[in-house]
Design a protein around this ligand. Structure first.
Ligand SMILES: [Zn+2]
Length: 72
């Protein structure tokens, strides 16, 4: 079992969730079409999942983002 395997149903058919502005390109479009990658949106919360199961649609692999302060 790898980290990409769904902990809820055990399916290896899971997608990476991308956040933020993404410039589509051929490779990304292909990965979107196959369900390998999905978009999570532009707004981040304190804790977001970075993978979603294509079988049971549960999110998993939650991460806590490191906020960087811009110092002028
Ligand atoms: Zn699942």
């Amino acid at each position: 079992m790898t980290d990409d395997t769904c902990p809820h149903c055990g399916s290896p058919d899971t997608a990476a969730i991308l956040y933020g502005l993404v410039r589509p390109h051929d490779d990304l479009c292909q990965r979107l079409a196959t369900g390998e990658v999905i978009f999570g949106g532009l707004v981040l919360s304190d804790r977001d999942p970075i993978r979603r199961c294509n079988q049971c649609t549960q999110d998993f692999a939650f991460v806590t983002w490191v906020r960087r302060q811009l110092v002028s």
